[in-house]
Design a protein around this ligand. Structure first.
Ligand code: 5GP
Length: 184
């Protein structure tokens, strides 16, 4: 069936992703001092990563899940610089161990903004877990506690990451040199 997109070359395969997600889940679980962990996924890009990550966490850890949605790229490849909360988490995080799960960090604008707002709510701890790090593009320094892969400055899709809302469902991560939409 014609998808309407050429997806570019595979940058990180599904198998590599799954191996790395296993290792990250182990590290996060062993680095969590309390018995409870609130995992906050950033919609929509982190949904697939988060769902794989939490399912690898041990039963002994009381894992809770919540989501935030903030404005970021929209359909464009370049950041607008505008960061705004579209959906907030539903629970009070004061005194809790919180882990932010994000698909990709680029300029750092999004994550630094989120860290500021969530830190102001006085969690016991606030850590960050990012699947992909484009460190070349960083404009604001951000501490990443758990990182999946460092990648070059290419636009990527798949495993939750989109191009104009599409291609999130791909199991591999693909690099697009140019967004290569073709007529369906
Ligand atoms: P930052 O605020 O760090 O510049 O950007 C983070 C957000 O930009 C991510 O959550 C994601 O929505 C978007 N983004 C940055 N690079 C890429 C990319 O290569 N592919 C896709 N699909 N989104 C990206």
């Amino acid at each position: 069936m014609e998808s309407g997109y050429k997806t570019g070359k595979v940058l990180i395969s599904a198998r590599e992703i799954q191996n790395r997600v296993d290792a990250l889940a182990d590290k996060i679980a062993s680095g969590t001092r309390g018995r409870e962990l609130l995992v906050v996924g950033i919609l929509n890009g982190a949904v697939i990563f988060l769902s794989d990550l939490v399912r690898r966490m041990p039963l002994e850890l009381d894992v809770k899940i919540d989501f935030m949605s903030i404005s970021s790229y929209g359909n464009a490849v370049k950041s607008s610089g505008v960061v705004r909360i579209l959906k907030d988490i539903g629970s009070d995080i004061a005194g809790k161990d919180v882990l932010i799960v994000e698909d990709i960090i680029d300029t750092g604008l999004t994550l630094s903004y989120l860290l500021n707002i969530l830190n102001a709510r006085r969690p016991a701890s606030l850590r960050t877990c990012v699947l992909l790090d484009k460190s070349e593009k960083r404009e604001i320094p951000v501490t990443i506690d758990y990182c999946g892969f460092s990648i070059p400055d290419v636009f990527v899709v798949g495993y939750g990451l989109d191009c104009g809302g599409s291609l999130r469902h791909l199991s591999d991560i693909h690099a697009l040199d140019a967004i290569d939409a073709i007529d369906g």
